[in-house]
Design a protein around this ligand. Structure first.
Ligand code: PLP
Length: 430
C-alpha cells in the first residue's frame, strides 16, 4: 500500500479529485479549454479563508488589516478584501488608483515605499489616505512642503528600520541596516521631534516591515521589542503615537515550511505588547502573500519534451515573464500534473519556459510522468505571480480566473499581442 499523498498547498480548495486537479468545484482541464493557457487561477474560498484567519486572529483587540496590494493587485481580489472590511497598503500611485477603482477606502489605506515622488505624495494627500509611512528625513520635509501647498496636514508614520534579521531570502529581507528601507532606529527619535518643527505634518504612528516569507515568530518579536523601546522613548519626548504598524511578511507553505498561523503570531505579539503596557494601542498589519499566496496556481501546458546529454526538459507555455519567483529568488514552488499518469514514464524534468534566458525555469529536477500537451499546475502562485509578470520576449501576459464554487469568472483578459506595441511610435524615415 502506498502512503496517502500529503495535501497540496492550497488544500482543501485545490486538490485532485477523480484523477483531475480541481479548484473548488471546477476542473482545470475545463478552464484550459475555455480560457487557454497560461492561466492564473484563484480560489475565492481560499482567499476568504486566509483573510478570515487574519481577521479572527486576535478577538477583542484593535487590529486593522491593510492588504499589501503588490502581492496580487487584480481588482477582483482587491474588491473581495474591501468587501471583507480590509484596508490597503500601497507602494505607488498606480496601486492607489487600483484600490479606488476596486471600491477600496482611501481613508483605510497606508502608503509605504522608499521613493514616493512629489506627484504620488500629492495624489495620496488629495485622496485622503490614512497615512504615509515615511522612509527618510528628506521625504518628511518633502511631504511637509507638498501638504502645505495643498493646504493640508499630512498624516505620517515613520517607517523604522529595526536592524533585525528576518531569516528569509536576502532579496526579500527589508529590516536590516544594510537594506534601503526605513529610517535607522538610532535616528528615529530625532526624526520624530523634527516633525514638530514641520507645520504641515501630523504624526499618527510608527511603522516597520522587516521582510517577506518569514516562517518564524522570533524576527517579529525582535522587531517589536525595538519598536516598543522607541515608542516609549518618543512618547517621553512629547510625541503621541496613535497606532503601531508591524507590516506584513508572514510566510506561506511552498514546500514543507510551517509558518506560524496569524493567531499564533498575534498571540505572541500581544504577550509582548501587554507586558509593555501597549496592548490597547491600535495595531496595523499589512499582510500580502499570506492572504493570496496559497489560493492561486499557474496553469500551463507542456509544449515540448526534450533531452540534452545530461537533463530532461519539459518546455511549457508559461515562463519567467509569467512567474518570476524561481528566476529571481531560486524559489521552489510545487509543480503537479493536472491529470496524473501512472508513473511508468516518470523522469526528472527541468520545467522551463521558452524565454531566451537560462535562468528561465519554473522548477528543476521534478519527478513527473509527462507527454506533450499535458497540463501542469504551478502551485502557491497567488502572490507575486501575476503581479510581477512582464512582457519580456513580447509575450502577452496570462489571463486570470477567479473560481467561486462551481463558477469560474474571468477577472483579467489575456493580453493581446497588438496591445503590447500599441503605444510605440515610428519616427519619420530619413
Ligand atoms: C511587501 C510589503 C508588505 C507585504 O509583504 P508580504 O510578505 O506579502 O506579506 C507589507 N508591507 C510593506 C511595506 C511591503 O513592502
Amino acid at each position: 500500500m502506498t502512503a496517502p499523498l500529503p495535501p497540496l498547498p492550497g488544500a482543501p480548495w485545490i486538490a485532485h479529485q477523480d484523477g483531475e486537479l480541481m479548484v473548488e468545484q471546477v476542473a482545470l482541464p475545463r478552464l484550459a479549454e475555455t480560457f487557454g493557457t497560461p492561466l492564473y487561477v484563484y480560489s475565492r474560498a481560499a482567499i476568504e479563508a486566509a483573510a478570515r484567519a487574519w481577521s479572527d486572529a486576535a478577538p477583542g483587540r484593535a487590529v486593522s488589516l491593510r492588504y499589501a496590494v503588490k502581492a496580487n493587485s487584480n481588482l477582483a481580489v482587491l474588491r473581495l478584501l474591501a468587501d471583507l472590511g480590509w484596508g490597503f497598503d500601497i507602494v505607488s500611485a498606480g496601486e492607489l488608483a487600483r484600490v479606488r477603482a476596486a471600491g477600496g477606502d482611501a481613508a483605510r489605506t497606508v502608503f509605504s515605499g522608499v521613493g514616493k515622488t512629489d506627484a504620488e505624495i500629492a495624489a495620496a494627500l488629495r485622496a485622503g489616505v490614512q497615512c504615509l509611512n515615511v522612509e527618510s528625513e528628506s521625504e518628511l520635509r518633502r511631504i511637509d512642503r507638498i501638504a502645505g501647498e495643498l493646504g493640508q496636514r499630512a498624516p505620517v508614520s515613520l517607517r523604522i528600520n529595526p536592524d533585525v534579521d528576518a531569516r528569509t531570502h536576502p532579496y526579500i529581507s527589508t529590516g536590516l541596516r544594510s537594506n534601503k528601507f526605513g529610517i535607522p532606529q538610532a535616528r528615529a527619535r530625532q526624526a520624530y521631534t523634527d516633525c514638530a518643527q514641520l507645520p504641515n505634518l501630523q504624526v499618527v504612528g510608527i511603522a516597520c516591515h522587516i521582510g517577506s516569507q518569514i516562517t518564524e515568530t522570533e524576527p517579529y518579536l525582535d522587531a517589536l521589542d525595538r519598536v516598543v523601546d522607541l515608542v516609549r522613548d518618543i512618547e517621553r519626548h512629547g510625541v503621541t503615537l496613535q497606532h503601531i504598524d508591524l507590516g506584513g511578511g508572514l510566510g506561506i507553505r511552498y514546500a514543507q515550511e510551517t509558518p506560524p498561523r496569524p493567531d499564533e503570531l498575534l498571540g505572541a505579539l500581544y504577550a509582548r505588547l501587554d507586558a509593555a503596557g501597549l496592548g490597547h494601542r491600535p495595531l496595523l498589519l499589512e499582510p500580502g502573500r499570506s492572504v493570496v499566496g496559497n489560493a492561486g496556481l499557474l496553469l500551463t501546458s507542456v509544449v515540448t519534451l526534450k533531452s540534452s546529454l545530461e537533463r530532461h526538459f519539459a518546455v511549457v507555455d508559461s515562463a519567467m515573464n509569467d512567474l518570476m519567483r524561481p528566476a529571481l529568488y531560486e524559489a521552489w514552488q510545487d509543480i503537479v500534473a493536472v491529470r496524473p499518469r501512472d508513473g511508468a514514464q516518470r523522469r526528472r524534468y527541468d520545467v522551463v519556459g521558452a524565454v531566451c534566458e537560462s535562468g528561465d525555469w519554473l522548477g528543476r529536477d521534478r519527478a513527473l510522468d509527462l507527454r506533450e500537451g499535458d497540463l501542469l499546475a504551478v502551485l502557491s502562485a497567488g502572490a507575486y505571480g501575476m503581479a510581477m509578470a512582464s512582457n519580456y520576449n513580447t509575450r502577452p501576459r496570462a489571463a486570470e480566473v477567479l473560481v467561486d464554487g462551481a463558477q469560474a469568472h474571468l477577472i483579467r483578459d489575456r493580453e493581446d499581442v497588438s496591445a503590447l506595441f500599441a503605444g510605440e511610435h515610428l519616427p519619420p524615415r530619413r
